[in-house]
Write a protein that binds this ligand. Structure first.
Ligand code: IMP
Length: 412
């Protein structure tokens, strides 16, 4: 198979960056298809820590071409901060991707401050940028090729939105940067299609996670795009048959940032020790992440809507600090057992999780090099997850470094 999609199966922050980075040297193309700089992919490579918000993770490998696809909303400010001049030649930006401007961010901040239903967004302007796109008044990256036309479009857009924005000084400030990226703004659907035909290896990198998907997540506490791999054909402009294997990333427990229902959430010392050990603070906003037990009901939902056929379990080492481990295996809603995620956020907030409990291992595992090296309690936990989910676990991440990744053999 020449393509692989990587998708987070929980609320984002599953450690996709590390897995994508570990695999991306095997790929010629790394393609981001949705979201914007709300994402935060942390990668440790060449002795350095990189936190990538808008660029695909493949950028740390000199041989990969990195695509910012049509389904993304791209902030020039965020892009400018991340692009190192020598790396510009490694990126291709879809001429159909929408641009996210500073006034989108202002609108996001205002909406979070004023609405009764606070979503807890990253306040980067993602929702408003997708709103202008679906309202058919947005501006696309291809417009950067003609500054005079871009100026007219920006005046029209700011006028329609009723925002105050100094178009002239923005364009003046960004002129040089725009000129540096214009050669790389192309028809990325064509580029990726050609690459596929030439049997190049293509990695599709999802941002956020399935439970934040606009349709399949915990609406309205979701992001405004579709992290599910089924959106890749639309978000890039490809036939669905190009999307083959999908690797689902699952944190060994659950975290969430922002508002919204979280049935297995834990509080107090039990949450603090995991938060501290796992450094569970948002890489984009620095917010402390909410912590909870593994939730099989949500994971089964995520597996169904993604078609994931292999798993990577991440941050397993963090669970070395706990005595026992709980897995939520079903919900109870209004006295009825269910294996389905209720569609209404209030119902999801009211479910009672049904748990099974397993013993912890209480020893560090960051130096384990193989599945057999892991304590038997950790092996049992992984076997139990696989039994519940019915999908093979291919990778186990047992530390932040690139080399702290165990690839499971067939007999483990
Ligand atoms: P937005 O994407 O900034 O509009 O935020 C909508 C929801 O998605 C909020 O709950 C955010 O905390 C969450 N979110 C957005 N991006 C990420 C991410 O990369 N990781 C985890 N949560 C995210």
């Amino acid at each position: 198979m020449n393509t692989l999609s990587i998708v987070g199966l929980q609320f984002g922050d599953e450690g996709k960056g590390k897995i994508t980075d570990s695999l991306s040297h095997q790929f010629d193309y790394v393609v981001r298809y949705q979201g914007g700089h709300n994402a935060g992919h942390t990668v440790y490579a060449n002795g350095q820590k990189y936190v990538l918000h808008v660029l695909p993770t493949g950028i740390v490998h000199p041989h990969t071409i990195n695509i910012l696809g049509t389904g993304m909303v791209i902030s020039l400010d965020a892009l400018q901060k991340e692009i190192h001049p020598i790396k510009v030649s490694q990126i291709r930006i879809s001429d159909r991707a929408h641009l996210l401007f500073p006034f989108h961010q202002q609108l996001d901040i205002q909406s979070e401050q004023s609405t009764s239903q606070k979503i807890g967004t990253t306040q980067k302007g993602i929702g408003p940028a997708y709103q202008t796109k679906t309202s058919r008044i947005g501006i696309r990256a291809g417009s950067l090729k003609d500054l005079a036309r871009l100026k007219i479009e920006l005046l029209q857009l700011t006028n329609t939105l009723g925002v105050t924005f100094d178009v002239d000084s923005y364009l003046h400030e960004k002129k040089e940067f725009i000129a540096s990226i214009v050669p790389f703004i192309i028809d990325t659907s064509y580029e990726v299609f050609q690459a596929y035909e030439q049997k190049k290896r293509i990695l599709f990198e999802g941002a956020q996670g399935v439970m934040l998907d606009l349709d399949h997540g915990t609406y309205p506490y979701v992001t405004s795009s579709h992290p599910t791999p089924s959106s890749i054909p639309v978000d890039i402009g490809l036939p669905p048959s190009f999307i083959q294997d999908a690797l689902g990333i699952v944190k060994a427990y659950t975290t969430r940032v922002g508002e919204g229902p979280f049935p297995t959430e834990i509080f107090g010392d039990a949450a603090d020790i995991i938060r501290k050990t796992g450094n569970e603070y948002g890489s984009t906003t620095g917010r402390p992440r909410r912590i909870g037990h593994l939730d099989v009901v949500m994971l089964k939902h995520a597996l169904r809507v993604t078609g994931v056929n292999q798993l990577a379990i991440t941050l397993l080492d963090v669970l070395s600090v706990v005595d026992t481990i709980k897995i939520c295996t079903a919900y109870e809603l209004n006295g009825q057992r269910t294996m389905l995620v209720p569609s209404h956020a209030q119902d999801l907030a009211n479910v009672k999780p049904i748990y099974e409990t397993m013993p912890g291992w209480k020893v560090p595992i960051q130096d384990c090099k193989s599945f057999a090296d892991l304590p038997k309690e950790a092996q049992a936990y992984l076997h139990r997850i696989q039994e519940h989910l019915g999908v093979p676990i291919r990778f186990i991440s047992n530390g932040p470094k690139r080399e702290q990744l165990i690839e499971r053999g067939h007999h483990d």
